[in-house]
Write a protein that binds this ligand. Structure first.
Ligand code: CP
Length: 333
């Protein structure tokens, strides 16, 4: 069955942990200058309806390191949804590439691409969720967790708006048994509809998910403190209201960090508005692991690409390749 990576909850705890183990193997290989060229000759189509630094660079470099090739496809340069239906774009691009990554304004667009594509589709961020980011985040947490703690002993506190990253963190914590708390004004907490989606996952994994408007209490037992932008493209009209709701109580600054255990680590998916949701002092401080997170996007994308593409690739024998080369050379004279 063709599977896509559009939503964390579509994957079991074991599958997510396997992809993280694969990430660790590929990261180690890369650090030794020995990234295996497992996707030689394969192509990735990257559709971006919004700008990106980390997602674009990580997917493109991952594909190159694995021996494949990536194409950057922007609306305006391809016909997606304008002069050609999403279904036809998915069907046509699938005939030429081995995997599609898509960052789209609406989650429905990624769902439609996945519905009609005949190759795996990986969600590179939608208005609903950001699964590749949070898989990378939990991998990063495993690298920085206190030695004595297992995944299910960890506590992640998200301070800020219920962004797509926040919702996805709640999903992956629920699936993997990590305790999750969001600290935000009530209006900006994860919706009841999204909370309901993790009920079964929490029952299975034992994860506790909680919400509060008290950031000091929320960070008091946190192993990881995470924040994200307070507003995004399209929310410019709401900036004064949002700033008033979050500042200064929900800013991750030295004062708030001092209320957390000394071993707590600071995380941000980036890009950040420095001095808004987090101060320079915290972002550049000794507890910050934000650039490890960014680098790990590369290693996670390599693992995702290998996980989804490698089992589907046709790997012809040297003799079969020589046979076809001989036929073509004979034809050309
Ligand atoms: N965190 C993240 O997805 O970054 P980009 O928007 O730069 O891809």
């Amino acid at each position: 069955m063709l599977r896509h990576f559009v939503q964390i909850l579509d994957f079991s705890s074991i599958e997510l942990q396997k992809i993280m183990e694969l990430t660790a193997l590929l990261k180690k290989a890369d650090k030794e200058g020995a990234c295996p060229r497992l996707l030689q000759g394969a192509s990735l189509g990257m559709i971006f309806e919004e700008p990106s630094t980390r997602t674009r660079v990580s997917f493109e470099v991952a594909m190159t390191k694995l021996g494949g090739h990536a194409l950057y496809l922007r609306p305006g340069e391809i016909h997606l949804g304008a002069r050609e239906s999403i279904a036809d774009t998915a069907r046509v691009v699938s005939r030429m590439v081995d995997v599609i990554e898509a960052r789209t304004l609406k989650h429905q667009t990624v769902l439609d691409l996945a519905k009609y594509a005949t190759v795996p589709v990986i969600n590179g961020l939608t208005d609903f969720n950001h699964p590749t980011q949070v898989l990378c985040d939990v991998f990063t947490m495993t690298e920085h967790a206190p030695k004595e703690k297992k995944l299910t002993d960890l506590h992640l506190t998200f301070v800020g708006d219920a962004t797509n990253v926040c919702v996805s963190l709640m999903f992956i914590c629920a699936r993997l048994g990590i305790s999750f708390t969001q600290a935000a004004p009530a209006k900006y907490q994860v919706s009841e509809a999204h909370r309901a989606m993790v009920k079964d996952a929490c029952a299975e994994s034992g994860a506790t998910i909680s919400f509060t408007d008290d950031p000091v209490a929320a960070v008091s037992a946190a192993d990881f403190i995470y924040t994200d932008l307070w507003w995004w493209i399209g929310q410019e009209d709401e900036i004064p209201e949002r700033r008033a709701a979050f500042m200064p109580k929900f800013q991750v600054n030295a004062d708030l960090l001092s209320k957390a255990p000394a071993t707590a680590r600071f995380m941000h998916c980036l890009p950040a508005s420095r001095g808004v949701e987090a101060t320079d002092e915290v972002m550049d401080g000794p507890q910050s692991i934000i650039y490890d997170q960014s680098e790990n996007r590369l290693h996670t994308e390599k693992a995702l690409l290998v996980w989804f593409v490698y089992p589907r690739l046709k790997r012809a024998s040297d003799s079969l390749i020589a046979h076809h080369r001989g036929l073509v050379e004979a034809f050309l004279g």
